[in-house]
Design a protein around this ligand. Structure first.
Ligand code: UDP
Length: 241
C-alpha cells in the first residue's frame, strides 16, 4: 500500500499543477464511428471514453418493449488496458452499477416518450481511466445521442468536485479521487437547470458542499460551451460538404 501523498503543495497548487478551481484539458469529437447511429469521444485529462448509440430501433426481444416510451439500454465498460493493472474484461459490480447510474441520468435527457416500443442502446468503452470516468462516459453518451439525431431536453455537462487536504477542488485527478476526503460527481442540463446525477463519497460540511456546488456550476458552464462548440463545428463541416 503506497502512502498518501500531499495533494495540495506548499504553493497552493495540485499535484498536476492546477489551481483548486481549474479544469483538466478537455477534448471532444462527435461522429467518430462509421457503423453506429451516433458516436463521440470525450477526453478529460488522461481519461478517454468512446461512446456509441444505436436507435431508436425496434425492440428485441419484443416483450420487453414499452407501449408509451423507448427503453434505454446502457453499458459502461472498462477495457482491460484502461487501468494501471489489467482490468478483467468481465463486467464487475462497479460497472453494472455505473451502467445503471448513467442510464438514469440519460433517461432524464432523452425524449423517450416520442419513441414508444423502441430501444435505444448506448455503449461506453473506457479506453483510459484516470478518474472521472462515469462523468466523461455520460457526456460522451449524451453527445453520441445528439449525434444520432435523437431529440433531447438539453446537453449534459458534468464535473466532479471534492476535497483534497481540506481544500475544495474542481475536477478531481486520480490521486485526489483515491486519497481525497470527498468526491462528488455532478451532472446537469445547464439550460434547464436540472441535475441528472449527483453522488457524494466522503465527508463535506454544508459550507464545503455549497462551495463545491458553486465550483461545479462554474466548471459545468465552461464544459457546456465546449460541447455546443463541438456540435456546431460538426454541423458547419456538414454544411460545407
Ligand atoms: N479505477 C481503476 N480500476 C478499477 C476501477 C477504477 O483503476 O477497476 C480507477 C480509475 O482511474 C477511475 C478511478 O479509479 O477513474 C475512480 O473510480 P470511481 O469508481 O471513483 O469512478 P470514476 O471517478 O471513474 O467515475
Amino acid at each position: 500500500q503506497i502512502q498518501k501523498p500531499k495533494l495540495i503543495l506548499d504553493n497552493g497548487l495540485r499535484l498536476d499543477g492546477r489551481r483548486p478551481d481549474e479544469l483538466r484539458p478537455m477534448k471532444m469529437e462527435v461522429g467518430v464511428l462509421k457503423n453506429a447511429d451516433g458516436s463521440a469521444i470525450v477526453e478529460v485529462g488522461n481519461t478517454k471514453i468512446l461512446a456509441a448509440v444505436y436507435g431508436p430501433r425496434e425492440m428485441h426481444p419484443r416483450h420487453l418493449a414499452l407501449p408509451n416510451r423507448a427503453v434505454l439500454r446502457v453499458r459502461y465498460h472498462m477495457t482491460p488496458f484502461s487501468t494501471d493493472e489489467r482490468k478483467n474484461p468481465a463486467p464487475s459490480r462497479r460497472e453494472i452499477e455505473l451502467s445503471k447510474v448513467i442510464r438514469e441520468a440519460l433517461e432524464a435527457q432523452i425524449l423517450v416518450e416520442q419513441f414508444p416500443r423502441t430501444s435505444i442502446d448506448v455503449f461506453m468503452e473506457v479506453l483510459q481511466a484516470d478518474a472521472g470516468t462515469r462523468l466523461a462516459s455520460l457526456m460522451a453518451a449524451s453527445l453520441a445521442v445528439v449525434d444520432a439525431g435523437i431529440p433531447v431536453r438539453d446537453l449534459i455537462a458534468a464535473v466532479a468536485v471534492g476535497k483534497a487536504d481540506g481544500v475544495v477542488v474542481l475536477d478531481l485527478n486520480e490521486p485526489e479521487d483515491m486519497w481525497g476526503e470527498a468526491d462528488m460527481p455532478v451532472a446537469m442540463m445547464p439550460s434547464i437547470g436540472q441535475i441528472n446525477l449527483l453522488q457524494l463519497n466522503g465527508n463535506m460540511t454544508p459550507e464545503e458542499f455549497r462551495q463545491g456546488m458553486e465550483l461545479a456550476m462554474k466548471g459545468i458552464n465552461i464544459i457546456y460551451n465546449l460541447e455546443k462548440e463541438t456540435l456546431k463545428n460538426k454541423y458547419a463541416e456538414l454544411k460545407e460538404e
